[in-house]
Design a protein. Sequence first.
Length: 640
Amino acid sequence: MCYNNYVKINSKTFENCEPEFVLKTVFGYDEFREPQKDVITSVLNKNDTLAIMPTGGGKSLCYQIPALIFVGITVVISPLISLMQDQVTGLLTSGIQSAFLNSSLSWEDYLKTVDRIKNGDVKIVYVSPEGIATSKIREVLSSPEVKVSCITIDEAHCISQWGHDFRPDYLEICTLRNYFPDAVMLALTATATQQVRSDIILNLKMKNQKVFISSFNRENIFLEVQLKRKGITQIVDYLKKHNGESGIIYCFSRKQVDDLTKDLENLGFSVLNYHAGLSDEIRAKNQDLFIKDKVQIMVATVAFGMGINKPNVRFVINNDLPKSIEEYYQQIGRAGRDGLPSSSLLLYSSNDIHKIRYFFDETCDVQKAELLLQGMVNFATTKNCRRKALLSYFGEIYNPDEKEDNAAKNCCCDICSRGKPELYDVTIPMQKLMSCIIRTNQRFGALYVIDVLLGSKSKRIIENKHDKLSTWGIGKEFSKEEWLELVDLLICENYLRKSGEYNILEITETGKKILASRAEVKLPFTKTAIHGFPKKSAGYKNDYQDGMFVAAKRITPEKPALNDEIADKITESLKNWRKRKADDLNIPPFMIFGDKTLLDLAAKKPSNKNELLNVYGIGKAKSEEFGRAVLQIISDIVNS
């Protein structure tokens, strides 16, 4: 880095000046944000200080201003090389002499930087937690010519095993006390629960510490969560709503990042990728293009964005469930750092939970990882205000001003904007599902149980003889996606749970009680048919035995006789009609009627709606929706 290209402020110019003078003269601001002034005052008074401030809240000024006022240097421990480089570049443009010591420097540049530090030409020095542990860097900072006045730990949550991004190297930072006993210590982070805050204070051996916690509420970020059902379609629809805006899409794995980047690029979006599998050169180039608005969308793993200084990110999409609320909060906090309206979209499915748990073995404490994950799941599935749930996790109470009008109150998240959700009676579908889980001995995952409900003849179901169960084929009033949504809702209500490596569906004690009591269950089922749920299942008389749904009257589907030419015409005409109707509705034909239903219709040739209900796979909803057209087709052929 060429230091001669920047205007330089004499390193002693602001020593012992007032913070407000430095703020205005160097940074051009007239006043501090809360709680910047209190944090800076605490540091200048030599109190070890922990400051919890949201992304974009101005944490950097809390050490940059004291660094200029103190005699000597401030050492900033930062986790990423790219972050150090960005910070140094920003400081140099403001005339503040700063430098970094890391592996990106050539040996020649490293020696030049060391000389500048020893000569008193540098006020702020950035190092990594790994670097500060080396004798080479400690010897430089312990030189007789160097006075370390402040040690700042950025992203301090990394020191806590309860934090979402624990790094063992951070635990070595406390040993700096032995080298610089007179230096004040400042720990900064955007995300820290009470447990994490306690860990930071303990692990850094802070003394006479002061703790400052600003509000976690980022009022300008709209919070939205959707079940992941349509793949890339949901992302594309969202991007179209934010056409021309800058945004970040986070994915779980490198492969997902690369695949999604390629798909979006093929669709004409301005997009690049970022993950640890790319070379340093490519990552730096892509990040630079994104920061400079030369590309609009960055698809990345969690490796991207820590400390990124881009104020106009208008949206953040999480394409997978984050491992914790802390991780989620930090990622969405990269949107709207300029305070202008921005938004976040979280797409999640139960499979995300399975993926996260798969990597638990790599964590230091599986129990802690599970608790962090459960907090994230609770947020994603809440039916109440998301902002309230998010702030509650960090111990903050969200009470919007009662004087605000309804429009202002309802703009904070997707749930509030929709108003109170409409609930639907899912009692019968729930009983069918739970009954099927029980009859398959609670040994299978959701997809298998749903296949049984839909009457699948897959090899596995036939081999297990589950096509002989009374619950086989009784769930055709719903599509597979609708059943999956119901499973998710029942899990949210603690009626079902997924266990083990294969996400086996089990009925909880709460679920057993609700099933045995036959109590009505209403849930915000979003994929309901236009006319709502059928009040009774397709072609079955409802009955119960030992708390389980039982198909007491099973309708046997028929096949047309071999020489029934009318039936053949009916079958062919119904298939053509089904195809046209499916195209109109943009759904697969089998979601209207399965082939078995068409054959039963052709064999029985119903002439009215009552007879239609005696056909396999046709319940009240489908009778109401499609009955007139079906009966007309049959009548025209029979009477021709």
